[in-house]
Write a protein that binds this ligand. Structure first.
Ligand SMILES: [Zn+2]
Length: 409
């Protein structure tokens, strides 16, 4: 039995989805006519016209004109109104703090990055407040013009008030409340996996695929899963922790406490361990840290005929392909996009083995047409992604979106 309440909820969601589609189309095209938006989004011209009016009423869209051809008549177009306000993206990583400010068209207008190694909530709140004020000041932006701020914190950002937000840092909801009060901006919290996947959805793969997975390979590994243009979050916002799914029963110990996790094999420390298992006396075995190791591994030329390096890369590509086949078995995406510093360093060399393994191990023909590629979204994808999440949250506070967003205060 369908209750009237349920029906009303679903019809609101359809309007919300239409608005997101129109926003995506305009953001990507930068400027488009209503007919072009209808074509790209698959929506009717009437729906596009209604949605465009709604965005204009909020000051988010502005009218433009474009002359087509030398003697053509001007075409009325729609573009984002960059002066409507600003969104701040904060990337609080394990070793650095980065703040970028974006206008409403999601174009960067200023940014700064500083080294960071203090995980005490009060120090982090101070650090974010100071750096955000500096960046806003340099860009000449008044605090009243900031419509939202998104903060990316490392690790599992969980969505229930009863659990800690970032378990590894012992961060709790009250810390976020303090951050919200200090900054005075509407606040959203996200983890890097979902922020990068959001950037990919709006500015990368999302243009061609409705269901795709952004796989982040670095010290840790994880996935941002997009199904039907929507982030998969799960009951406690923990969906995508694929790095802690099982690759090897009773295998290597993982930093999460479990044995045999994907991350223990294809996280940077795991790749280092693979090399040491193949040849404990190799020149890269005793280097100081995982970053130096990975740079050294990537710098070893294929024609140098270093069998240990080649075997390490081949095994890692095989582990990755096998672990991705599990993702394909569960999600069946159109594309898998690799991102993160391991992907930039080793991705090109791992891709052939990873691709073949994935094709062999994915169930049936589920991966026949699957696109496996490196991400084209580089640079400040984390701050851009979390600024987009802040924009989504702003749209929900003005009643234009009802889709579930990240943790918001
Ligand atoms: Zn684990």
């Amino acid at each position: 039995v369908t209750s009237p309440l349920r029906r009303r909820a679903s019809s609101r969601d359809i309007r919300s989805e239409s608005r997101l589609s129109v926003l995506h189309a305009v953001l990507r095209a930068k400027e488009a006519s209503r007919a072009e938006i209808a074509q790209v989004s698959g929506l009717s011209l009437a729906t596009v016209t209604t949605v465009v009016s709604e965005f204009m009423a909020e000051g988010l869209f502005a009218e433009g004109t474009r002359i087509v051809g030398r003697v053509g008549r001007p075409t009325l177009t729609v573009r984002l109104n960059p002066s409507r306000g600003y969104f701040v993206g904060v990337d609080m990583a394990e070793t650095s703090l980065r703040v970028d400010v974006y206008d409403t068209a999601l174009m960067p207008v200023g940014g700064h990055e500083i080294p960071w190694d203090d995980e005490a909530p009060s120090a982090i709140i101070d650090g974010i407040e100071t750096l955000a004020s500096t960046v806003l000041g340099e860009a000449g932006i008044d605090r009243t013009e900031v419509l939202g701020l998104g903060v990316c914190l490392p690790g599992l950002v969980q969505g229930t008030s009863t659990t800690s937000i970032v378990p590894a840092w012992d961060w709790h909801t009250r810390d976020l409340g303090m951050l919200r009060d200090r900054l005075g901006f509407p606040l959203v919290i996200e983890n890097p996996l979902k922020a990068v996947a959001t950037a990919e959805l709006w500015f990368g793969r999302g243009a061609d695929s409705s269901s795709f997975i952004t796989v982040n390979l670095g010290t840790g590994v994880g996935a941002g899963i997009i199904v039907d243009h929507t982030m998969l979050r799960g009951a406690t916002n923990s969906a995508g922790e694929w790095g802690h799914s099982l690759l090897m029963l009773d295998g290597r110990g993982c930093r999460c406490g479990r044995h045999g996790c994907v991350e223990a094999y294809i996280g940077a420390p795991g790749i280092w361990r693979t090399l040491r298992e193949i040849d404990p006396s190799h020149a890269l075995a005793p280097v100081d840290n995982q970053f130096d190791f990975m740079v050294g591994l990537a710098a070893a030329e294929p024609d140098a005929q270093d069998a240990t390096v080649e075997e390490t890369i081949a095994r890692t590509g095989y582990y990755l392909g096998s672990a991705l086949a599990d993702l394909v078995a569960v999600i069946n995406p159109e594309a898998i996009v690799l991102t993160g510093w391991t992907s930039w360093l080793l991705g090109e060399r791992m891709l052939p083995v990873t691709h073949d393994t994935l094709q062999q191990q994915a169930p049936g023909r589920s991966a026949d047409d699957l696109v496996l590629a490196l991400s084209t979204v580089r640079g400040t994808a984390v701050t851009r992604g979390v600024a987009l999440t802040a924009l989504e949250h702003f749209l929900s506070t003005v009643g234009l979106l009802t889709t579930r967003t990240a943790i918001a205060l």
